[in-house]
Write a protein that binds this ligand. Structure first.
Ligand SMILES: Cc1ncc(COP(=O)(O)O)c(C=O)c1O
Length: 359
């Protein structure tokens, strides 16, 4: 891609249009179309996508937003920054997404102060959206999809970001569509909501210097947009590479007889884009050390569930409140899954796990 990306960067440099402009608009149209949405609004990061989305629905101090405790910090951090309260619903231990079963507590978490539900499509697999949308409609709640890890993933043929009222994407370099720095996108099908996000991205001004409401500088750089437009053309082939890697890992784990290792579960009627391939083991920390010794990189997504984060102590949660999330936080390891990972590397990774004596 080097030549294509350099040409795209040159195009921006020659134009001297570094903020907004045709590259950002082009990416917005292309990501919206890719995500089966009418509107896309480029923003400075996935975090700012969430913040702008919450601001667009006028979240205020005291409001409650229902979300998952097992996600990247930004999901709840943005809620908190607006003075609102994250209300957690535990995860399904097999998919790591919000438990939407009737006994999972989603509907029970709704109070008169609840304004929105924010499901997270963790690791590249969409949450069970039908019950979420049904419960939201019944209680007149907004749904904001945290699709930061899930661009192009599908639920019943519908893409991440297109089912809720707003969708939030991240172009952090580790995502399936990663920029040369930070970036993000908000998607919407409702014109008024999209327009509100667009205004909020530029300090709520329209026209320039006339501020209808307080927004922020949540703009996406034209340079990032130009790079991302080149990379978007390859996204499907990369996601297919990740899916292929996942399928081969499954075969290798089965052949090695490693039944004790919890492999990622593909829920029905989904397109999983494998932003991460997360396995579950009991001796997690020892296994990570063993893999590291063998020069195999891993990551823990995430070691501390959000309800137990120090900064949220005033929410009054304790160990045991969300057991599935707490257990996942002690047992999960993400293995390398990037599209270019060779078959030899995957075999070696599974061999090193098999010979560790730790699973
Ligand atoms: C689930 C989730 N939400 C939000 C974010 C925030 O995105 P960013 O890092 O682009 O601000 C991320 C990215 O790390 C994420 O994984």
């Amino acid at each position: 891609m080097r030549d294509e990306i350099r040409a795209a960067i040159d195009r921006v440099v020659e134009s001297q249009i570094f903020i907004n402009g045709s590259e950002v608009e082009g990416l917005e149209e292309e990501v919206a179309a890719y995500s089966q949405c009418r509107y896309g609004i480029g923003v400075s990061s996935g975090t700012d996508a969430l913040l702008a989305a919450l601001m667009a629905i006028d979240i205020r101090p005291g409001d409650e937003i229902i979300t998952s405790p097992y996600t990247f910090f930004a999901t709840a951090g943005t809620i908190w920054r607006l003075g609102a309260r994250p209300v957690f619903v535990d995860i399904d231990p097999l998919t790591y997404n919000m438990d939407t079963s009737p006994s999972g507590g989603l509907e029970a978490a709704i109070t008169p102060r609840t304004r929105a539900i924010m499901p997270v499509h963790l690791y590249g697999q969409m949450a069970e959206m039908d019950p979420i949308m049904e419960i939201a409609a019944k209680h007149k709640l907004i749904v904001i999809e945290d699709a930061a890890q899930a661009i192009g993933s599908e639920y019943k043929g519908r893409r991440a970001g297109s089912i809720g009222h707003l969708g939030c994407f991240s172009f952090f370099p580790s995502k399936n569509l990663g920029g040369f720095g930070d970036g993000g996108m908000v998607t919407a099908n409702d014109e008024a909501l999209a327009e509100r996000v667009r205004l909020l991205r530029g300090h709520g001004a329209f026209p320039k210097y006339y501020h209808k409401f307080v927004g922020g500088n949540f703009r996406l750089d034209a340079l990032q947009a130009a790079v991302l437009r080149v990379k978007l053309k390859y996204l499907d082939s990369w996601s297919a590479g990740r899916q292929r890697n996942a399928a081969i890992y499954r075969e290798l784990f089965a052949k090695a007889g490693l039944d004790q290792v919890g492999l990622p579960m593909e829920a029905g009627q989904r397109r999983h884009i494998y932003n991460q391939f997360v396995i579950r083991v009991t001796k997690r920390d020892e296994l990570i050390a063993h893999l590291k010794k063998n020069q195999i990189g891993t990551e823990i997504y995430y070691p501390v569930p959000l309800h137990l984060q120090e900064c949220f102590a005033s929410l009054g949660h304790q160990q045991g409140d969300y057991p599935a999330s707490e257990r996942a936080a002690t047992e999960t390891i993400a293995l390398p899954i990037y599209p270019e990972l060779s078959d030899a590397d995957k075999s070696r990774i599974v061999e090193v796990i098999a010979s560790s004596g730790l699973v």
